[in-house]
Design a protein around this ligand. Structure first.
Ligand code: SAH
Ligand code: SF4
Length: 340
């Protein structure tokens, strides 16, 4: 929904301006995503708007629900025919949405399904925030009168390589006139675009930052996450130091545990050393995640091994927890979305 465009349309067509507030309320407060359901509007206006100003810039192609977890994945089609994925999750007692920021991804991490798709294009701010509007409309269609209260930028794509549109979409999502999702309830996950991490600290200091670290050896990380050739482990330490100094906020370090690759005692010690090398590291929290099986990744890590890794980190005075990989049965673990 490009609300500015809609406002112009209302003005240029001599439609009374009080309609703007009615429409804003219907879409953002009531979760209506279909013009025909905004009954306060005259029927002819509803019809005209449906043709000239569709509410959503994304269209549902397919919905898949996990049997195990409260997690639903949608395949959405964009105006130019590209497809993206988005996930609705209720991990505890509130709804969260995982959004994509690009069609594909240019980073190409070898363990990631999106990385294997190649890169097609950036999403616009409208296409990003509309994924949340889409799910709010979905909840309404299921007669669930609950609001989406958090958003994670962990779907397809590298958010910090589509920086301007991502920032714009967060401003829309958090606007009190629109969905009013507080910036403290919005998280961005990045593979480590060091210069943009610094910029984020100034532009959106309230947003939660997660760094997908996964490897603490430059040679190995560069092989598996090619972005490391541009921004290596030391540059990430400096970027986090700078980020923490400016924001004084907790930062999450994502560490997917892969058997025989990054789970040895030596790997553990390197991780501790890397963290200890960051000024302000008491604000870091490590999420240890069992890697999800993909075509290229045969991982046999057990939950007990993940728990042990977490225990060891805690013993080393590092804040850490094990994170479950939700939705593995529909391939919806946020962040490894890719169309089949
Ligand atoms: N590009 C950003 C955000 C999208 S990926 C980033 O890389 O952070 C979101 C998360 O999913 C990242 O932490 C990524 O490393 C993780 N991920 C990708 N493939 C995975 C897999 N096979 N198993 C577990 N996590 C995976
Ligand atoms: Fe891109 Fe993130 Fe996947 Fe790496 S893990 S390929 S950065 S989406």
């Amino acid at each position: 929904m490009d609300f500015e465009k809609l406002k112009k349309f209302i003005k240029n067509n001599d439609i009374p301006s009080y309609r703007i507030n009615q429409i804003r309320d219907a879409i953002y407060k009531q979760g209506i995503t279909n013009w025909d359901d905004i009954k306060q509007l005259p029927a002819n206006l509803r019809k005209e708007l449906a043709v000239k100003q569709p509410i959503l810039s994304v269209f549902m192609s397919k919905i898949q629900q996990s049997k195990r977890d409260k997690i639903i994945k949608a395949l959405l089609t964009l105006k130019d025919g590209y497809k993206i994925e988005t996930v609705l999750i209720k991990p505890y007692d509130s709804w969260s949405v995982c959004v994509s920021t690009q069609v594909g991804c240019q980073i190409g991490c070898t363990f990631c399904q999106t990385g294997h798709m190649g890169f097609k294009r950036d999403l616009t701010a409208e296409e990003i925030s509309d994924q949340v509007l889409f799910w709010q409309g979905y909840l309404r269609s299921k007669k669930i009168d609950e609001r989406i209260s958090s958003v994670v930028y962990m779907g397809m794509g590298e958010p910090l390589l589509n920086y301007d549109e991502v920032v714009k979409s967060i401003k829309t999502l958090s606007d009190t006139d629109f969905l009013n999702i507080g910036q403290r309830h919005i998280s961005i996950s990045t593979s480590g675009i060091a210069d943009k991490i610094k910029k984020l600290a100034t532009d959106l200091p309230q947003v939660k930052l997660a760094l997908s670290l996964h490897y603490t050896d430059d040679k190995l990380r560069s092989k598996i996450m090619p972005i490391n050739r541009k921004f290596n482990l030391q540059s990430l330490q400096l970027a986090l130091e700078d980020y923490i100094a400016r924001t004084n906020r907790q930062v999450f370090i994502e560490y997917i545990l892969i058997q025989g690759v990054n789970d040895s005692t030596k790997d553990f010690r390197k991780l501790v050393k890397w963290i200890e090398g960051i000024r302000g590291n008491y604000l870091l929290h490590v999420n240890v995640i069992p890697a999800n099986q993909t075509k290229k990744l045969n991982n046999k890590i057990t939950n007990a091994e993940v728990d042990d890794f977490v225990k060891s980190l805690k013993k080393a005075n590092i804040s850490a927890s094990a994170r479950k990989s939700l939705g593995a049965d529909i391939n919806a673990a946020c962040g490894q979305l890719a169309t089949k």
